[in-house]
Design a protein around this ligand. Structure first.
Ligand code: IPM
Ligand code: MN
Length: 361
């Protein structure tokens, strides 16, 4: 009997459904060749769920996700739902599923193969061979902190959010970063704003304590977020594992993603709980949705990270090799296209990756 995994698909909005279709195409092909089975259940999420159920993340969808082995999520949000506020926003649905699944660690790996260095907004020699890995805290910090709210009228109307972390929340995500560093180049850069924020001072002290107690073999340094943002564009290759909180990680990982030329290249895994969520870092790109222009690489690579987590290493590595091969062969979606490249549609890129992935197995 071959192994079977139950996967919940949350295609979401905008280009989400298109890139999910391409990753399922690649997944089915590798599963068949590697000898395991993937069973899918598709549910609405984000704007699509607001339209269908008046709720961006219905409890029934949360239950389906909890009962599966992994969740593949496309993207949520778009202009249609932009006027909604609070818990009715598509983005709130995403935050809810991350929280409900206990996915406190968001892994965002960036690599820039030689063939993509020319696509970078930075000089090719600054980014060629780049390989960095952000561990972003995902279920705490200012995204979830209480109190939060808005009150008052006119010029006195005000809003507030709270950036809060406990020692326990910091330790568990820091552990993830140190463990990844041991498997990579053994260096962690912790990013905070400890020169201003109390919560960052607790962050830094906790990371230092944990390092001394359990991970003193790993090289550790600390940067303030403003400096880290600058270092990311001056010399990104100095980084191995970046450990940071929810909002700093959101911002810094978008910057890191674009070093390879496009946000459409960055996959992510949101893990730590019983069921992981695998989601590209890019958004729903409503301006190009439904036109076959979406870049499916980040979604396909996220499916690869899902297979890593399920223990299907050979298939996961083949997907990464397949994507790299297609890029090396010069095929690009519009976001990455330059003179001399071959422009390909979303579906064509999915087909190419499928073929190259199977060849790598
Ligand atoms: C991301 C996204 C989300 C976030 C939004 C859509 C809520 O920007 O995954 O980086 O801020 O976490
Ligand atoms: Mn983001």
């Amino acid at each position: 009997m071959s192994k079977t995994y139950n996967i919940t698909l949350l295609p979401g909005d905008g280009i989400g459904p298109e890139v999910i279709t391409e990753s399922v195409k690649v997944l089915d092909a590798v599963a068949e060749k590697a000898g395991f089975e993937l069973k899918y259940t598709t549910c609405n999420a984000g704007g699509a769920a607001i339209d269908a159920h008046n709720d961006p993340m219905p409890d029934s969808v949360v239950e389906t996700c909890k009962a599966s082995n992994a969740v593949l999520l496309g993207a949520v949000g778009g202009p249609k739902w932009d006027a909604l506020t609070g818990a009715m926003r598509p983005e709130s649905g995403l935050l809810k599923i991350r929280k409900e699944l206990g996915a406190f660690a968001n892994l965002r790996p960036v690599t820039v193969p030689e063939s993509l260095a020319e696509n970078s907004p930075l000089r090719p020699e600054t980014v060629a061979g780049l390989d960095l890995f952000t561990v972003r805290e995902l279920t705490g910090g200012i995204y979830f902190g209480e109190p939060r709210g808005t009150e008052g009228e006119g010029d006195d109307r005000k809003s507030w959010n709270t950036m809060v972390y406990s020692v326990g929340e910091i330790k568990r995500v820091a552990r993830v970063a140190f463990e990844w560093a041991r498997k990579r180049r053994n260096k962690v850069t912790s990013v905070d704003k400890a020169n201003v924020l109390d919560v960052s001072r607790l962050w830094r002290d906790t990371v230092i304590e944990l390092h001394q107690a359990e991970y003193s073999d790993v090289e550790l340094d600390h940067l303030y977020i403003d400096n880290a943002a600058m270092q990311m564009v001056i010399n990104p290759r100095q980084f191995d594992v970046i450990l940071t909180g929810n909002i700093f990680g959101d911002i810094l990982s978008d910057t890191s993603a674009t070093l390879g030329g496009s946000l459409g290249l960055l996959p992510s895994a949101s893990v730590g709980g019983p069921v992981g969520i695998f989601e590209p870092v890019h958004g729903s790109a409503p301006d190009i949705a439904g036109q076959g222009k979406a870049n499916p690489f980040a979604m396909i690579l996220s499916a690869g990270m899902m297979l890593d987590t399920l223990g299907e290493d050979a298939a996961a590595n083949a997907i990464r090799a397949g994507v790299k091969q297609v890029l090396d062969d010069g095929y690009r979606s519009g976001d990455l296209w330059r003179e001399g490249n071959k422009l390909a549609s979303t579906t064509e890129l999915g087909d190419l990756v499928k073929t190259a992935t199977l060849a790598a197995m």
